[in-house]
Design a protein. Structure first.
Length: 143
């Protein structure tokens, strides 16, 4: 899948994040069918938030989501919304399966992992920046 830059106003960005969500108590509740439905739910939510789902996959007790977003996006609000809506829909649509693992209205663990990521490693980017042809004054000051 080709990743496009996000342009708005006077800026162009290419921000990507890797999000990992785990099921409550790491219970092995997710099935293949649930992952397919979760992919649809996440794709719809990304569209509504103006971001782009790049990839999603997971196992029985966790999911990985790679998405592109714009700088003004409030990531904690997006993640909270994503967890809330996906939890509610999965519990509703797969109630027989989910009720085998949870007796309360829960699905996701309260915590999550998120990391920014890009097309190159930090080492490659650092070398690129170091090799910039800075003005003489900048070179003397170590800029």
């Amino acid at each position: 899948m080709k990743d496009d830059f996000v342009a708005s106003g006077r800026s162009v960005s290419d921000l990507k994040a890797h999000l990992v969500l785990t099921t409550k108590y790491r219970r092995k509740v997710l099935t293949g069918e649930m992952l397919v439905r979760l992919t649809e739910i996440v794709s719809d939510l990304c569209d509504k938030w103006g971001c782009k789902m790049i990839e999603i996959n997971g196992e029985e007790d966790h999911v990985h989501l790679l998405f592109q977003y714009y700088p003004q996006m409030e990531l904690p609000k997006f993640i909270s919304n994503l967890k809330s809506i996906s939890s509610r829909r999965l519990r509703s649509e797969f109630s027989e399966r989910v009720n085998q693992f949870y007796w309360k209205a829960v699905f996701w663990n309260e915590s999550y992992f998120i990391a920014s990521c890009g097309g190159v490693t930090v080492t490659v980017l650092k070398k690129y920046i170091e090799k910039q042809d800075s003005p003489e004054e900048g070179r003397r000051r170590g800029i």
